[in-house]
Design a protein around this ligand. Structure first.
Ligand SMILES: [Zn+2]
Length: 106
């Protein structure tokens, strides 16, 4: 396994930044950023994308393909209880607060 990835942003190589410039005078290019894999990014998306912008560009370009992996055809629901608790404000006055509590079905 290599110790770096090329950024997957579809427009990474078109952004005008100094660190993307490669080549000699007369044949310079803007190159896709190389991302070093390290202990902080090795298990996440930041080993694949150099910036939030490149991450967003990738998602917007491939959103239909990404959604096709796990399409949501119906809503999901989480069972809860809504409980009214009596609390005290900073002066010690009681007030009512609705609190959402998860129901543990395990
Ligand atoms: Zn990038």
């Amino acid at each position: 396994m290599s110790d770096y990835n090329w950024c997957h942003g579809p427009s990474c190589h078109t952004r005008h930044t100094q660190d993307r410039i490669r080549g000699v005078k007369g044949s310079k290019v803007l190159r896709t950023r190389k991302i070093a894999i390290n202990k902080w990014n090795s298990r996440g998306v930041w080993s694949l994308f150099c910036s939030q912008g490149c991450y967003n560009d990738f998602f917007h370009k491939y959103v239909n393909e990404i959604i096709a992996i796990a399409p949501r055809t119906e809503c999901l629901e989480t069972p809860i209880d809504v409980v009214v608790e009596t609390r005290e404000d900073w002066q010690g006055n009681p007030y009512k607060q609705k609190v959402i509590q998860a129901i543990d079905n395990a």
